[in-house]
Every structure is written in C-alpha cells, then in structure tokens.
Design a protein around this ligand. Sequence first.
Ligand code: NAD
Ligand code: DAU
Length: 340
Amino acid sequence: MNLFVTGGCGFIGANFVRYVLKRESTCRVLNLDKLTYAGNLASLAGAEEAAPGRYRFVHGDIGDHDLVAALFAEQAFDAVINFAAESHVDRSIADPTLFVTTNVMGTQVLLSAAFAAGIPRFVHISTDEVYGSLGPDDAAFTEKTPLAPNSPYSASKAGADFLVHAFHETYGMNTVITRCSNNYGPYQFPEKLIPLMLRRASRDESLPVYGDGGNIRDWIHVEDHCLGVYLALTKGSSGAVYNFGGHAERTNIEVVRTLLGILGKSESLIRFVQDRPGHDRRYAMDYSLAEKELGYAPKWKFSSGLAATAEWYAQNTAWLDGVESGAYRNFMQAWYGNRL
Ligand code: NAD
Ligand code: DAU
C-alpha cells in the first residue's frame, strides 16, 4: 500500500504511521502535516530509520489545493487517510474560526483533489462527538444515530462528515468514515485530560476537574483505534461509517482518581473548577458493526492501558518537557536544516 496520511505528526496520526509501517513491511507513507501547535516531529522520531525509503514527511496544509494536487500528481496513492484537524474542544470554544477552516474547508479541498486525482479510497477520521450527548440510561451511539453536535469542534467535524458523505453520494467516491471515542496513550498533547492530569499530578500541581466531574467518556487505547482505522482502510465498505470504542465508560472523576492511585498521589490535588460551556454529559459507542463487518476487537483493557500510559509518560519526560518548553517547535528547523 502507498498511503497519503494527513495530520501524522499529531497524537493519533503519529501512532497510526508507526503502527502501519510496522504492520505492513512494504507499506509506504507520505505524511502531510501543517505542524500546528499540536504537530510534533519528535512523535515520529526514528520512523524514517525504522522504515528506510518508506516514510516521507511533507510540511503543508490540507487546505492548500495546489500543494495537495501536486503531491497527488507525483505518485499513485492507494488511499488518503485524513487525521488532520483542529482537535481540542476548549480551543474551539475560545475561537471557532480555525476549526471551520481546517476541519470543514480543509477536508473539502482534500476530497476534491483526491477525487480529481482518482485516488481509490478516502478514509476520514471522525469522532463520537458528532452524535451529541447521551443521558444516563440512553443506549450507546450507533452509526444510525442522528448527528447532533454541540461544540464548534464537533459541529466542524460533523460538517466534514457530511461533505465526505456528499462526495460518496454525488461523485461515487470510495469513502469510509470512522467515528471513535476518547483516545489515550503515548504522544498525546498535554492539553487533553489524561496527559494533563498525569503531568500535573507528577509535580503535585492541582488537577482541574470541570463541573462535578460526572461527565462520562468511553475510553479507547490509541493502538486499538489504529487497528480500527487499519481495518476500515483494508476491509471497510465504500460509503460506510464505522464506530470504534473501548467499552470503557468512566466518569472524569473516576479517571482522575485512578490516575492518582497509579501515581501514589493524594486526592487532595483535585479541584472542581467552572464547567466547560455546552459540556456533553456522556458518550458511549456501540461498535458492533465494526466487530461484525471488520472483525474489530479492542485489545486493551482500560485498567492496564491506563497504567501503561502513565508509565510511558513517566519514562518519556523528554518528549513532555519539549512540548512544555516549546522546544518541540525547533524540530521543524532541525528537519529543514538536515535537508537544505
Ligand atoms: P491532534 O490535535 O493531536 O493532531 C492533529 C494534527 O493535525 C497535528 O499534527 C496538526 O499539526 C495537524 N494539522 C492541523 N491542521 C492541519 C492542516 N490544515 N493541514 C495539515 N495538518 C494539520 O489530534 P488527534 O487527537 O491526533 O486527532 C486526530 C484526528 O482524530 C482528528 O481528526 C480528531 O478529530 C479525531 N479524533 C480524535 C480523538 C481523540 O480522542 N484525540 C477521538 C476521535 C477522533
Ligand atoms: O470523544 C472524542 C473526542 O475526545 C475527540 O473528538 C477530541 O478530539 C478529543 O479532544 C476528545 O474530546 P474531549 O473534550 O472529550 O477530551 P478532553 O481531554 O478535552 O476532555 C475529556 C473530559 O475531561 C471532558 O469531559 C472534559 C474533562 N476535562 C478536560 C480537561 C482538559 C476536565 O475535567 N479537566 C480538564 O482540564
């Protein structure tokens, strides 16, 4: 396979690039990434060396039609896998504009260019947040649940999903949409709940829990999400949507208390703070379609996955320090420097 991956320097994209290069010994990957604050070349350190001649990074924007069209003209790709996005809900509340530009307009540019270039398959990475919020006794989201996004982030992701659907229906494009629940694991930017809490607790800093801490997320280890994307890429039906989840619904306060237990830290670090506006109360994923059609089964249990993740962040302080100090931005200069 020759894959055109976008957003491969982000959390899930970087894990997927590592996963697919290892799983498929002849697979080649071009990774197009704009290197926003969330893009980190250090997350793919060693990828080129581990897969000589099979990995290429291109610095650029999915919304740059000329660049994307030129890359598609250079070689024949078997599929586009679109991870690139603005991904953080809190940032979308502070400033929605970039979310529409990247998540909606960027996806449209990529779809148009991929269709014009005749790329055989377009896999779009979406989220459970497009379905909105569940009540405590509601059944989990299925692929048939109507879209009802509540944040500027989820609204922009839903907009992209509708465009992908429209390209399939209107132009007969071979598309697959994956919708996944909350990921955790290595290389996650420490603005998201689990790495943020791990980092702060390790330094005995207070842990800000929004509202009453009773909001529920359905946690999945990022490796299981990568498996799901790989199965959707290789076995998914054209025009299909597949849900992925980890079968691990937990309240936020349970997650934070579990992390404190793993680290051996006191619960006195917890601070209940003002809630996120429009905060979705509960997500839960029914992924039986992916089990049935793709043979998907998550491998990680939440308890062992969380312990392994805590261990990873404890062992990889250089990666976290680089993000916090801003030094990870220097990787870009180093990368260009090596090639000039
Ligand atoms: P992330 O914020 O860690 O990474 C996003 C990556 O996209 C970064 O490398 C960034 O530089 C790149 N990017 C942003 N704008 C770009 C542009 N215009 N052109 C090219 N690259 C650009 O995000 P993530 O958590 O890895 O999420 C990846 C995808 O998975 C997103 O589409 C997100 O909506 C979706 N998703 C995330 C989760 C989760 O729990 N993190 C769950 C379900 C779905
Ligand atoms: O559900 C999938 C989504 O999961 C993805 O589509 C998003 O890209 C990803 O960012 C994530 O969204 P959430 O908003 O659920 O993730 P976040 O880590 O920001 O928050 C998880 C929960 O923890 C949420 O209920 C808000 C809460 N929270 C978060 C932070 C950062 C806190 O209580 N305190 C915090 O400091």
